[in-house]
Design a protein around this ligand. Sequence first.
Ligand code: NAG
Ligand code: NAG
Ligand code: NAG
Ligand code: NAG
Ligand code: NAG
Ligand code: NAG
Length: 521
Amino acid sequence: MSGARTAHALVFLLGCSALALGVCSASLEHGEAEYYVAAVYEHRSVLSPNPLELSSRQQALELMKQNLDVYEQQVMAAAQKGAHIIVFPEDGIHGFNFTRTSIYPFLDLMPSPRLVSWNPCLEPFRFNDTEVLQRLSCMAIKGKMFLVANLGTKQPCLGSDPGCPQDGRYQFNTNVAFSDNGTLVGRYRKHNLYFEEAFDSPADVDLTTFDTPFAGKFGMFTCFDILFFDPAVRLLRDFEVKHIAYPTAWMNQLPLLAAIEIQKAFATAFGVTVLAANIHHPTLGMTGSGIHTPLKSFWYHNMDDPEGHLIIARVATNPQGLVGTENTTSEMDPSHRKFLKVLSGDPYCEKDAQEVRCDEAAKWNLNAPPTFHSEMMYDNFTLVPVWGKEGHLQVCSNSLCCHLLFERPALSKELYALGVFDGLHTVHGTYYVQACALVKCGGAGFETCGQEISEAEGLFDFHLWGNFSTLYVFPLFLTSGMTLDTPDQLGWESDHYFLRKRGLSSGLVTAALYGRLYERN
Ligand SMILES: *[C@@H]1O[C@H](CO)[C@@H](O)[C@H](O)[C@H]1NC(C)=O
Ligand SMILES: *[C@@H]1O[C@H](CO)[C@@H](O)[C@H](O)[C@H]1NC(C)=O
Ligand SMILES: *[C@@H]1O[C@H](CO)[C@@H](O)[C@H](O)[C@H]1NC(C)=O
Ligand SMILES: *[C@@H]1O[C@H](CO)[C@@H](O)[C@H](O)[C@H]1NC(C)=O
Ligand SMILES: *[C@@H]1O[C@H](CO)[C@@H](O)[C@H](O)[C@H]1NC(C)=O
Ligand SMILES: *[C@@H]1O[C@H](CO)[C@@H](O)[C@H](O)[C@H]1NC(C)=O
């Protein structure tokens, strides 16, 4: 089975980094049309020294020009590598921490591309206050590539509009997409704002897609949106989008929500490609971008280098996922047979030369380790320590039971724990979560389980599963030194969502199933 999967990976997904690009294109001449070259730029934005202060439009444009100059350099660098599309991060041009008034000079007027067909570079005088849009449109032309960027926009409104703010305008956190000829082809106004008092959320959700000649339809959303149904899941469900342009300004939070961790999990869960561009401000915990296909990621996470970073990768126009690629019932892998037995509640029997030994699932619980509570991601998790070389653990909270079936090739001194949370998350946003998480703890004490760590040595071959009440479960999988690994298999088996993996390439930091109950928040 894993042989078949490897073949998929080789045929449909190209494992090549920016450096290996030349080699890859040479070996792929016959399949040219099935791939495209994507670029994302993690940008260290030049920030306003005092975002609360009022400035003039001229001053705002001067500051934003410094960022746009860097963007243009990166577009040209990406063009040299044959990029078809480039994505820039949220807040990369204007910055953050503004008030509603202090951001005003930074806002471009934004006509709807549904109502007007407009090429800002070629028709600069059609609308006032569109300098940033003009500059981005010209870059797309110059680099001959599709371009996605995020900027602040304004839209005047009338008192007769009941939603119209008192100052007579809407202010939006906006992504724009330009085609390779500079035409504005998409506008997305962020729906799930993250404590951004400078901006309004549009009355109706923008479900924005744009067509490309190289990979069909792309969808767009921004940062925090990734945790909500609208527009992220609806775009995939109703528009059959296979590729996502995802500008973000994401503050890492281990163990479950580091930027690259959730980006990759979204790509894997939905079988889509995510072009994720984060801003680069390590002192604020912001780094982590990637070109994530369901099976392979080209990522960047760097807390030391103060500069930005361009990622370029060739990706399949038709991403191949993990879900549903295998017939689990015909699975011959012994650990998977054991998982299926435990799941069905049957005794699991191992036949060796002399005798037949049976373990009943319940028997494991006879010497079950103690459960304890610890805070992870500000949530009160219920956990059990993961002791010994192998075992089957279960831990439950509310209506979710999480299970771990594991074998360890070697024991490390580190403490690991299996945790469960089923409840409303209320810090830094309110949303309902069901999570099963195998994590390395911060130290030797139970109370350290859930702390932020990024280095680990522990290796596991495991099945992790839970009886989730939602179809939307994100597989989070992070290994030592902020590296990503790919599960061997995931999916549903007898109403349980599971993830399995053997042969980790480095120590396990987090393996988690992060379920979202969208209707309960
Ligand atoms: C923005 O606000 C955050 C939180 O209040 C603060 O930690 C950070 O230093 C501010 N950044 C800038 C660039 O003003
Ligand atoms: C742009 O602004 C100028 C000066 O305020 C005004 O005269 C002109 O009509 C405006 N143009 C458009 C297209 O709104
Ligand atoms: C520019 O690109 C758009 C969108 O891809 C396309 O519809 C339009 O025909 C193009 N215009 C020209 C002049 O090539
Ligand atoms: C899966 O395997 C079972 C048992 O070997 C077989 O009966 C079934 O036809 C297979 N299904 C598919 C879709 O291959
Ligand atoms: C966590 O939940 C348990 C069980 O509901 C409770 O006993 C404990 O006090 C909670 N801990 C905190 C810090 O709220
Ligand atoms: C999950 O399993 C536990 C234990 O068997 C059960 O109490 C709970 O109701 C189940 N949850 C769902 C949603 O079926």
